[in-house]
Ligand binder design. Structure first.
Ligand code: PAF
Length: 285
């Protein structure tokens, strides 16, 4: 595995591979099984796998966790090598943003809800850095985890709107044995918070059961059910529980046709966790 930290070196490294299929796994590091599952899928489908590790300041708000976001390049490099990453791109902030940026990539409407409300500017930061990374790596396919479902929807729309020649491959959320969605931010949780955080996936799975059995029949019932279950856990501070059509994130009249998402964001102490389930009324019910 090659470890590269400049754009110029990366372009030189990838030049001989341009006729081959390049798979790309963009990350902010502190790798877990979720990231490694993206690499596994990329390896199965591509000739060369590039991973980036870059904690992107542009997507963090002023009071968010940019400074304390967990970082461990040595550990990440060992995990990436073991997983079969061919090129690990780890640029500095200076390398990615050598001069003040006067350009932003913004996707409207679908960023006006869910995390877009509580994290203003977040998705413009994500869309901008992902566009930069796509221009640097020029992958054929890019792999994103569905735990960040809104991010996937935003990037898919951006790629279509701007004719960016990259196939976006959304990949299933990877969960701990008790259901908690894997996230680099899980390390912030105290043992008590970690225990309480199980309610996120549990409430979503119960909602899915309620929907399958016909007990929960409207978007409002789904949302209310999940909200009540989460509120029953002390110290679970709900940011949002919402049900929208998927992937365009529009209001839903019914849960009887098409795809939809039930998404949650909840704070436990200083840690904000997100999770979601995607439903397909045609296939699953
Ligand atoms: O999902 C993430 O880790 C980040 O938002 C991404 C896509 C690497 C952009 O910084």
């Amino acid at each position: 595995m090659k470890l590269i930290d400049t754009v110029r070196q990366l372009r030189r490294e990838l030049k001989p591979h341009r006729a081959r299929t390049v798979g790309f796994v963009p990350t902010m590091g502190y790798l877990h099984e979720g990231h490694l599952s993206l690499v596994k899928r990329a390896k199965a489908e591509c000739d060369v796998v590039v991973m980036s590790i870059f904690v992107n300041p542009l997507q963090f708000g002023p009071n968010e966790d940019f400074d304390r976001y967990p970082r461990d390049l040595e550990r990440d490099a060992a995990l990436a090598r073991e997983a079969g990453v061919d090129v690990l791109f780890h640029p500095s902030v200076r390398e990615m943003y050598p001069e003040p940026m006067l350009t932003r990539v913004e996707v409207s409407e679908i960023t006006d809800r869910l995390c877009g409300v509580s994290r203003p500017g977040h998705f413009a930061g994500v869309a901008t850095v992902v566009t930069k990374l796509f221009n640097i790596v020029q992958p054929d396919r890019a792999y994103f985890g569905l735990k960040d479902a809104q991010q996937v929807a935003v990037i898919q729309k951006m790629v279509r709107d701007l004719h960016i020649p990259v196939e976006i491959v959304p990949c299933e959320t990877v969960r701990e044995p008790d259901g908690l969605a894997m996230s680099s931010r899980n390390v912030y949780l105290s043992p008590e918070e970690r225990e309480k955080a199980r309610i996120l996936s549990r409430s979503l799975f119960e909602a899915r059961d309620g929907w399958s059995s016909g007990e929960l029949d409207t978007p409002e019932e789904m949302t209310e059910f999940v909200r009540k279950r989460i509120s029953s856990v002390p110290d679970a501070d709900i940011d949002y529980v919402e049900t929208w059509s998927w992937p365009d994130l529009k209001p839903l009249g019914t849960l009887h046709d098409g795809k939809f998402i039930v998404a949650v964001a909840v704070r436990f102490g200083k840690t904000r966790l997100i999770d979601n389930l995607l439903f397909d009324a045609k296939e699953e019910r």
